[in-house]
Ligand binder design. Sequence first.
Ligand code: SAM
Length: 233
Amino acid sequence: MPTLTYEQRRGEIETYFDRTAAEAWARLTSTAPVGRIRATVRAGREQMRQTLLAWLPADLGGCRLLDAGCGTGALAVEAAQRGANVVAIDLSPTLIALARERMPTELGRGSIEFRAGDMLDPALGDFDYVVGMDSLIHYGAADTIRVLAGLAARTRAAMLFTFAPRTPALALMHAVGRFFPRSDRAPAIQPVTERALRNSIVREPALEAFGLQRTQRIVSGFYTSQALELARR
Ligand SMILES: C[S@@+](CC[C@H](N)C(=O)[O-])C[C@H]1O[C@@H](n2cnc3c(N)ncnc32)[C@H](O)[C@@H]1O
Protein backbone atom coordinates (compact mmCIF):
# COMPACT_ATOMS: atom_id res chain seq x y z
CA MET A 1 0.00 0.00 0.00
CA PRO A 2 1.52 3.41 -0.88
CA THR A 3 2.08 5.75 2.03
CA LEU A 4 -0.63 8.37 2.14
CA THR A 5 -0.58 11.64 4.03
CA TYR A 6 -3.03 12.02 6.90
CA GLU A 7 -5.21 14.25 4.69
CA GLN A 8 -5.28 11.70 1.84
CA ARG A 9 -6.17 8.85 4.16
CA ARG A 10 -8.85 10.97 5.86
CA GLY A 11 -10.32 11.66 2.39
CA GLU A 12 -10.53 7.94 1.61
CA ILE A 13 -12.22 7.25 4.96
CA GLU A 14 -14.68 10.08 4.42
CA THR A 15 -15.66 8.75 0.97
CA TYR A 16 -16.05 5.26 2.36
CA PHE A 17 -18.27 6.16 5.31
CA ASP A 18 -20.16 8.92 3.55
CA ARG A 19 -20.92 6.99 0.35
CA THR A 20 -19.67 3.42 -0.18
CA ALA A 21 -20.64 2.06 3.21
CA ALA A 22 -23.14 4.61 4.53
CA GLU A 23 -26.15 2.37 4.02
CA ALA A 24 -24.51 -0.76 5.43
CA TRP A 25 -23.30 1.27 8.37
CA ALA A 26 -26.77 2.68 9.01
CA ARG A 27 -28.13 -0.87 9.13
CA LEU A 28 -25.34 -2.30 11.28
CA THR A 29 -25.88 0.43 13.86
CA SER A 30 -29.67 -0.04 13.91
CA THR A 31 -31.74 -2.87 15.34
CA ALA A 32 -32.70 -4.13 11.84
CA PRO A 33 -31.87 -7.80 11.21
CA VAL A 34 -28.39 -8.54 9.84
CA GLY A 35 -26.67 -11.73 8.71
CA ARG A 36 -24.72 -14.03 11.05
CA ILE A 37 -21.31 -12.46 10.44
CA ARG A 38 -22.57 -8.91 10.93
CA ALA A 39 -24.43 -9.99 14.05
CA THR A 40 -21.08 -10.96 15.61
CA VAL A 41 -19.72 -7.54 14.69
CA ARG A 42 -22.77 -5.81 16.14
CA ALA A 43 -22.45 -7.78 19.39
CA GLY A 44 -18.72 -7.01 19.65
CA ARG A 45 -19.30 -3.32 18.99
CA GLU A 46 -21.98 -3.20 21.69
CA GLN A 47 -19.51 -4.77 24.13
CA MET A 48 -16.86 -2.26 23.13
CA ARG A 49 -19.19 0.71 23.58
CA GLN A 50 -20.14 -0.52 27.05
CA THR A 51 -16.46 -1.05 27.93
CA LEU A 52 -15.55 2.51 26.98
CA LEU A 53 -18.59 3.95 28.75
CA ALA A 54 -17.71 1.95 31.88
CA TRP A 55 -14.29 3.63 31.97
CA LEU A 56 -15.92 7.06 32.24
CA PRO A 57 -17.26 8.41 35.58
CA ALA A 58 -20.85 7.30 36.24
CA ASP A 59 -21.90 10.93 36.58
CA LEU A 60 -20.68 13.01 33.65
CA GLY A 61 -22.59 16.12 34.71
CA GLY A 62 -20.67 19.27 33.77
CA CYS A 63 -18.12 17.34 31.67
CA ARG A 64 -17.32 18.20 28.06
CA LEU A 65 -16.79 15.04 26.04
CA LEU A 66 -15.63 14.66 22.45
CA ASP A 67 -17.04 11.64 20.61
CA ALA A 68 -14.30 11.58 17.99
CA GLY A 69 -15.59 9.85 14.86
CA CYS A 70 -19.08 9.41 16.29
CA GLY A 71 -20.71 7.65 13.32
CA THR A 72 -24.44 7.40 13.98
CA GLY A 73 -24.02 8.66 17.53
CA ALA A 74 -24.87 5.78 19.91
CA LEU A 75 -22.01 6.46 22.32
CA ALA A 76 -22.70 10.20 22.31
CA VAL A 77 -26.32 9.57 23.32
CA GLU A 78 -25.39 7.34 26.27
CA ALA A 79 -22.75 9.81 27.47
CA ALA A 80 -25.23 12.70 27.24
CA GLN A 81 -27.83 10.70 29.15
CA ARG A 82 -25.25 10.46 31.94
CA GLY A 83 -24.98 14.23 31.97
CA ALA A 84 -22.16 15.02 29.54
CA ASN A 85 -22.12 17.95 27.15
CA VAL A 86 -21.01 16.07 24.08
CA VAL A 87 -19.47 17.34 20.88
CA ALA A 88 -19.93 14.48 18.43
CA ILE A 89 -17.99 14.85 15.20
CA ASP A 90 -17.64 12.68 12.13
CA LEU A 91 -16.16 13.09 8.67
CA SER A 92 -19.38 11.84 7.09
CA PRO A 93 -22.21 14.40 6.77
CA THR A 94 -24.53 11.49 5.86
CA LEU A 95 -23.86 9.69 9.15
CA ILE A 96 -24.15 12.96 11.07
CA ALA A 97 -27.57 13.59 9.53
CA LEU A 98 -28.63 10.09 10.59
CA ALA A 99 -27.22 10.63 14.09
CA ARG A 100 -29.31 13.81 14.41
CA GLU A 101 -32.42 11.91 13.29
CA ARG A 102 -31.78 9.12 15.79
CA MET A 103 -31.04 11.40 18.73
CA PRO A 104 -33.72 10.93 21.43
CA THR A 105 -35.56 14.10 22.39
CA GLU A 106 -34.85 13.43 26.08
CA LEU A 107 -31.20 13.72 27.10
CA GLY A 108 -31.69 14.76 30.72
CA ARG A 109 -29.02 17.21 31.89
CA GLY A 110 -26.76 16.39 29.00
CA SER A 111 -26.55 17.73 25.47
CA ILE A 112 -25.12 16.75 22.09
CA GLU A 113 -23.80 19.00 19.36
CA PHE A 114 -23.38 16.92 16.20
CA ARG A 115 -20.89 18.25 13.66
CA ALA A 116 -19.47 17.09 10.35
CA GLY A 117 -15.71 17.55 10.13
CA ASP A 118 -12.31 16.44 11.39
CA MET A 119 -11.89 15.49 15.04
CA LEU A 120 -8.59 17.41 15.00
CA ASP A 121 -10.28 20.74 14.34
CA PRO A 122 -9.01 23.04 17.15
CA ALA A 123 -12.24 25.07 16.89
CA LEU A 124 -13.99 22.24 18.77
CA GLY A 125 -12.38 23.50 21.98
CA ASP A 126 -11.22 21.67 25.11
CA PHE A 127 -12.60 18.50 26.64
CA ASP A 128 -12.54 16.54 29.88
CA TYR A 129 -12.78 13.26 27.95
CA VAL A 130 -12.14 12.25 24.37
CA VAL A 131 -13.52 8.92 23.19
CA GLY A 132 -12.66 7.48 19.79
CA MET A 133 -14.41 4.17 19.26
CA ASP A 134 -13.06 2.41 16.17
CA SER A 135 -12.35 5.70 14.44
CA LEU A 136 -8.54 5.38 14.46
CA ILE A 137 -8.49 1.74 13.33
CA HIS A 138 -8.34 2.87 9.69
CA TYR A 139 -5.13 4.86 10.18
CA GLY A 140 -1.57 3.60 10.44
CA ALA A 141 0.34 3.89 13.70
CA ALA A 142 1.99 7.20 12.73
CA ASP A 143 -1.34 8.90 12.02
CA THR A 144 -2.88 7.42 15.18
CA ILE A 145 -0.09 8.97 17.24
CA ARG A 146 -0.47 12.23 15.35
CA VAL A 147 -4.19 12.36 16.18
CA LEU A 148 -3.64 11.48 19.85
CA ALA A 149 -0.86 14.08 20.10
CA GLY A 150 -3.15 16.69 18.55
CA LEU A 151 -5.99 15.93 20.94
CA ALA A 152 -3.79 15.64 24.05
CA ALA A 153 -3.32 19.37 24.53
CA ARG A 154 -7.09 19.82 24.52
CA THR A 155 -7.91 16.94 26.91
CA ARG A 156 -8.08 17.54 30.66
CA ALA A 157 -8.67 14.01 32.02
CA ALA A 158 -8.40 11.09 29.60
CA MET A 159 -8.50 9.88 26.02
CA LEU A 160 -10.12 6.51 25.41
CA PHE A 161 -9.64 5.01 21.98
CA THR A 162 -9.50 1.70 20.20
CA PHE A 163 -6.99 0.16 17.84
CA ALA A 164 -7.04 -2.98 15.71
CA PRO A 165 -4.51 -5.30 17.35
CA ARG A 166 -2.25 -7.10 14.91
CA THR A 167 -2.33 -10.77 15.83
CA PRO A 168 -1.12 -13.69 13.67
CA ALA A 169 -4.74 -14.81 13.10
CA LEU A 170 -5.81 -11.31 12.03
CA ALA A 171 -2.78 -10.85 9.79
CA LEU A 172 -3.80 -14.05 8.00
CA MET A 173 -7.42 -12.93 7.70
CA HIS A 174 -6.32 -9.61 6.20
CA ALA A 175 -3.98 -11.33 3.76
CA VAL A 176 -6.77 -13.65 2.62
CA GLY A 177 -9.20 -10.72 2.48
CA ARG A 178 -7.00 -9.06 -0.13
CA PHE A 179 -7.99 -11.71 -2.66
CA PHE A 180 -11.61 -10.72 -2.46
CA PRO A 181 -12.65 -7.93 -4.85
CA ARG A 182 -14.89 -6.30 -2.24
CA SER A 183 -11.90 -5.45 -0.10
CA ASP A 184 -10.73 -2.65 -2.39
CA ARG A 185 -13.93 -0.74 -1.71
CA ALA A 186 -13.19 -0.57 1.99
CA PRO A 187 -10.55 1.55 3.64
CA ALA A 188 -8.89 -1.51 5.11
CA ILE A 189 -8.46 -1.58 8.83
CA GLN A 190 -4.79 -1.02 9.63
CA PRO A 191 -3.78 -3.40 12.43
CA VAL A 192 -0.95 -2.36 14.73
CA THR A 193 0.86 -4.45 17.31
CA GLU A 194 0.06 -3.46 20.86
CA ARG A 195 3.72 -3.29 21.77
CA ALA A 196 4.62 -0.98 18.86
CA LEU A 197 1.70 1.30 19.67
CA ARG A 198 2.61 1.47 23.37
CA ASN A 199 6.24 2.23 22.49
CA SER A 200 5.23 5.03 20.12
CA ILE A 201 2.92 6.52 22.75
CA VAL A 202 5.62 6.45 25.40
CA ARG A 203 8.12 8.08 23.01
CA GLU A 204 5.77 10.85 21.83
CA PRO A 205 6.68 14.13 23.61
CA ALA A 206 3.15 15.54 23.18
CA LEU A 207 1.83 12.59 25.22
CA GLU A 208 4.32 12.98 28.08
CA ALA A 209 1.63 14.12 30.52
CA PHE A 210 -0.48 11.01 29.85
CA GLY A 211 -0.05 7.50 31.20
CA LEU A 212 -1.31 4.24 29.70
CA GLN A 213 -3.93 2.77 31.99
CA ARG A 214 -6.63 0.19 31.32
CA THR A 215 -6.82 -1.92 28.20
CA GLN A 216 -9.43 -4.39 27.01
CA ARG A 217 -9.52 -6.49 23.86
CA ILE A 218 -12.94 -7.47 22.53
CA VAL A 219 -13.16 -10.45 20.19
CA SER A 220 -16.57 -11.38 18.82
CA GLY A 221 -16.60 -13.40 15.60
CA PHE A 222 -15.42 -11.04 12.85
CA TYR A 223 -14.95 -8.14 15.25
CA THR A 224 -11.63 -7.62 17.01
CA SER A 225 -10.75 -4.32 18.59
CA GLN A 226 -8.85 -3.22 21.67
CA ALA A 227 -9.56 -0.26 23.91
CA LEU A 228 -6.77 1.75 25.54
CA GLU A 229 -7.03 4.43 28.19
CA LEU A 230 -4.58 7.33 28.17
CA ALA A 231 -5.09 9.34 31.34
CA ARG A 232 -3.46 12.58 32.40
CA ARG A 233 -1.03 11.87 35.25
C1 SAM B 1 -15.85 2.40 12.24
S1 SAM B 1 -16.72 3.92 12.33
C2 SAM B 1 -17.12 4.03 14.04
C3 SAM B 1 -18.19 5.04 14.34
C4 SAM B 1 -18.60 5.15 15.82
N1 SAM B 1 -17.51 5.57 16.66
C5 SAM B 1 -19.14 3.84 16.29
O1 SAM B 1 -18.41 3.12 16.98
O2 SAM B 1 -20.28 3.51 15.95
C6 SAM B 1 -15.38 5.09 12.18
C7 SAM B 1 -15.86 6.51 12.02
O3 SAM B 1 -14.77 7.39 12.26
C8 SAM B 1 -14.92 8.51 11.42
N2 SAM B 1 -13.61 9.18 11.30
C9 SAM B 1 -12.44 8.68 10.87
N3 SAM B 1 -11.48 9.60 10.90
C10 SAM B 1 -12.05 10.74 11.38
C11 SAM B 1 -11.57 12.05 11.61
N4 SAM B 1 -10.30 12.38 11.37
N5 SAM B 1 -12.43 12.98 12.10
C12 SAM B 1 -13.73 12.66 12.32
N6 SAM B 1 -14.25 11.43 12.10
C13 SAM B 1 -13.42 10.47 11.63
C14 SAM B 1 -15.43 7.90 10.13
O4 SAM B 1 -16.05 8.85 9.28
C15 SAM B 1 -16.39 6.83 10.63
O5 SAM B 1 -17.72 7.25 10.70
